[in-house]
Design a protein around this ligand. Structure first.
Ligand code: G6P
Length: 610
């Protein structure tokens, strides 16, 4: 939700390509408008443009020398996407320029006060008040003190990057509940919403914490709290490689990331399975192992696709972990009267580790005494730092806005967790070994599903003009049906509904006719006969059916209109196979309908607003 970027360098450099490249790498966080500001010998050069970053690129030129610059790619919250609402925003005297990610909740009252003091606003955004506020304090204080006082007056969430023409070698950055990191190289310093933007320059980073601000100059970098306490923080090394954040031979990140699904599962389970003992080894949970033994309830909290991974995890943990589980949208959980205690664990699942609602629900549970566990992809993210213990899913950077590889890797970790908790309880060695050994060969089976891509593309071609779809599955594959429908909606804007196949009779069946096809997940497991009956019910009403079935199920090809086969595995692990054709199907349909699947309209990758 908004990507922000900035650099400070010892020498003047050709600055626009650096900022534009940084913004392009963050574009998945928001892409309705963009802008930049550069410190030049003749004051600050600023350009802002509605639309994608290439629109900004057209108006900035390519030869502006500067040693300090900031930029932002926006996802609108307050004020429509337009040139004037694009960041950077600036003070009346056009000396203070800033970019922001987050929401200033008290912007209205601040704006009224500042207008009374003569400030003239040029945009409809919440952000602009920050520039005027700093300008106001600057009349009596230094740049640094003016920023600090302004931040203390602001209520809300933010990552800010601020420059001031009167202090042409200083950049000030600050963070409260929106991500921000500083990258350090011998000649440059960078700031960005996430690591993918600074990887071409350096892998050495320092993460800022909430309530901190940092002062960057060509020769210096220091962090302080808003109460003026100096902070010393070690550098960390980013593990992601540059290649991981490039499309390479793929036309879209979404397709690349679907093709990375087998690797994502491989990376999630690497070093975490002891097959001969039927055990899962989760280092991040070692410190709280005894507390986990005593748990009598798990609440899973997440949003979007991570929530659907949580729903699948509910089946896994209840069946094999032998523990009652509730799954909640984080955006609802945080406002519910929930009872948390030391025997309740809150498991927050988040790819980005920055989703505002998931973080909010976690903070609430923390206050009430729950054991807070995390399943997070981005190392060092807010949720990862806030939990008591957790497991990283190590899916690598996910750039496509619609989550794909992160989903399967979340499922892999949830199945490890079911094994981990199950073996603490009554799960037998035999069952433990079966799960561990099947999980260890799952990435190879996932690679076999990718071989079905040409068939899936053909099926997508046949169905891409339909305007409605029903997705059905049962038990472990019920959440997969929801995920398939969500993905189709996200990247192709087609109306798609996901349902538990058994529920079809209680409503959705009324919509079935020859123009309303169904994608039905029917693996050869405990649910096969029941789902088969549901398919018959659809066929009896002239509905078309695309079945996702287990290899060897010949009977299905006589009933369904089209079939996509997946390999056989344990029922609990099937979702990691069955979701792959649905991801590919959504991808192909989105592309065939002419959409930019990596940048679906109105969506953003990391939703840092509530
Ligand atoms: C947004 C993204 C989804 C993602 C959800 C939760 O809606 O577009 O792809 O599943 O946020 O994000 P998180 O980073 O918490 O997993």
């Amino acid at each position: 939700m908004c990507g922000i970027f900035g650099f400070v360098s010892k020498e003047k450099i050709n600055a626009t390509p650096v900022i534009i490249d940084g913004l392009k790498r963050l574009e998945y966080r928001g892409y309705d408008s963009a802008g930049l500001a550069l410190m030049t010998g003749r004051g600050i050069f600023c350009r802002k443009k509605a639309g994608r970053i290439f629109e900004l690129e057209k108006v900035v030129g390519n030869n502006i020398e500067s040693n300090i610059g900031i930029g932002q790619s926006r996802w609108a919250t307050h004020g429509k996407p337009s040139d004037k609402n694009a960041h950077p925003h600036f003070s009346c005297d056009k000396k203070i320029y800033l970019v922001h990610n987050g929401i200033i909740e008290n912007f209205k009252e601040l704006r009224v006060k500042l207008e009374k003091r003569g400030h003239v606003f040029r945009s409809d955004t919440d952000t602009e008040v920050a520039a005027h506020l700093i300008e106001d304090f600057s009349k009596s204080y230094s740049f640094e003190e003016a920023v600090r006082l302004a931040l203390k007056s602001i209520v809300g969430t933010y990552a800010f990057v601020i420059v001031n023409a009167d202090n042409p070698t200083t950049m000030i950055v600050a963070r409260n509940s929106s991500p921000l990191l500083v990258g350090l190289s011998d000649t440059h310093k960078f700031v960005a919403s996430d690591a993918s933007a600074i990887l071409p320059h350096t892998r050495k980073v320092v993460y800022l914490h909430d309530g901190e601000f940092a002062i960057l100059t060509p020769s210096d970098f220091r962090i302080a709290t808003l109460d003026r306490k100096a902070v010393s923080r070690d550098q960390e090394l980013i593990e992601w490689s540059q290649d991981e954040v490039k499309k390479n031979k793929f036309p879209h990140f979404m397709l690349k990331e679907i093709y990375e699904e087998p690797d994502a599962v491989e990376n999630a389970i690497r070093g975490r399975l002891i097959v001969k003992d039927g055990l899962a080894k989760l280092g991040g949970l070692e410190l709280v192992e005894d507390k986990i033994k005593r748990l009598n309830r798990v609440i899973i909290s997440a949003c979007g696709t991570a929530y659907l991974a949580g729903l699948t995890g509910e089946y896994m943990l209840e069946e094999y972990g032998e523990i009652p589980v509730e799954v909640e949208y984080a955006s609802e959980l945080r406002y519910k009267k929930q009872k948390f205690d030391a025997r309740t664990a809150l498991l927050s699942i988040s790819q980005s580790g920055e989703t505002a609602d998931t973080l909010g629900a976690l903070k609430e549970a923390k206050r009430k005494g729950a054991l807070n566990l995390g399943l997070v992809n981005v190392v060092g993210s807010s949720i990862a730092r806030e939990v008591d213990a957790g497991v990283y899913n190590h899916a690598g950077p996910e750039i496509g806005v619609a989550s794909t590889k992160a989903f399967v890797s979340q499922l892999a970790v949830l199945s490890l967790l079911a094994l981990f908790i199950g073996r603490q309880r009554d799960m037998s060695l035999v069952i433990g070994r079966r799960i561990a050994s099947e999980l260890s060969v799952l990435p190879d089976k996932m690679k076999r599903v990718l071989k079905e891509a040409p068939n899936i593309k053909k099926i997508a071609r046949k169905y891409h003009k339909y305007d409605h779809f029903l997705y059905l599955g049962r038990k472990y594959n019920y959440p997969v049906a929801l995920e398939g429908a969500l993905k189709l909606k996200e990247v192709s804007y087609i109306h798609a509904e996901g349902y538990g196949a058994g529920e079809m009779k209680h409503g959705p069946i009324a919509m079935i006719d020859k123009n309303f096809p169904s994608m039905v997940i029917i693996p050869s497991d405990s649910m096969r006969e029941k789902v088969l009956s549901n398919i018959q019910e659809i066929k009896a009403r002239d509905g078309k059916v695309v079945a996702i079935a287990t290899e060897g199920n010949k009977e299905i090809s006589k009933i369904a209109d089209d079939v996509i086969y997946i390999p056989k595995t344990l029922e609990m692990l099937t979702p990691m196979l069955s979701v792959m054709p649905l991801h590919l199907f959504a991808y192909y349909v989105g592309v065939m309908r002419g959409y930019d699947v990596d940048h679906p309209r109105n969506l953003a990758k990391a939703v840092s607003v509530e």
